[in-house]
Design a protein around this ligand. Sequence first.
Ligand code: ZN
Length: 304
Amino acid sequence: MTAIPGLHHVTAISGPPHANIAFYTRSLGQRLVKQTVNFDSPDTWHLYYGDRTGSPGSIMTFFPVPGAPPGRIGTGMASAHAYAVAAGRFDALADRLRAEGHATTLTERFGARVLALADPDGAPVELVETGRPAAGETEGLHSVTLLLADPGPTARILTDIFGWAEAGHETGAQGERLRLTAPGDAPGASVDLLRRDGAPRGRSGAGTIHHVAFRARTDAEQRHWIDRLAAAGHRTTPPIDRQYFTAIYFREPGGVLFEIATDPPGFAVDEPVEALGAALKLPPQHEPYRDRIAAALPSLSAAV
Ligand code: ZN
């Protein structure tokens, strides 16, 4: 049976773009691999960070909205995203983040060290030490945590439809955590379902995750997931061209917006790998309005 191999990307809402860029590139060592706009609202940036080529499973994206009211992390949303960090790099990265003045907390989860910190908008970011060989500053996404009032129906989507398996259960300071993992060892192959008594309902805003995207390796795989989800009573959007991938969306029963995004064509479709993220790129439907769009976008630098 086909299974979803892992996460494709995670998308969040941030405040001013310059602080977001500084944190994800300089502090966390990610590459800004695409400067584009929210295709549904082109007066808003859409910034993509990832590894050198922007490979699926390494991507974190933001809609930066200066002055956006802060959201509230709560049930029905993804509450944190985690990067994998090779064992040999973990301590050095933790030391550097502390030296930069970030407040960090070191904990252990399912037997691995986890360093938790917050990005400039207060969004929780976790670094999970793994046995993977070092590739860059991080080895792509490790996992995402979903805070849910009732994890059961969400777990069943991951196991019965996506082909994932329960990998462990532990109770800690944050609540009861159930880990599900994809078969194979692709990046982002874990999703943690967290339940905590008294957790408030989440409210979207700066510092919160907007949606979680899983991978389809091909268009045919994506069609397969549309059919599988429909057969289980979950209606998805039709495939939507997002220039760098094709996306379908559906609201899972726990309230989190899920996306399934194709690997092709990838981020090098409109600029060479060496130049990824260097200039504003627009999809064909917005290109005729480039001057107007560029003039309306907030500055990416702190100076203005
Ligand atoms: Zn997305």
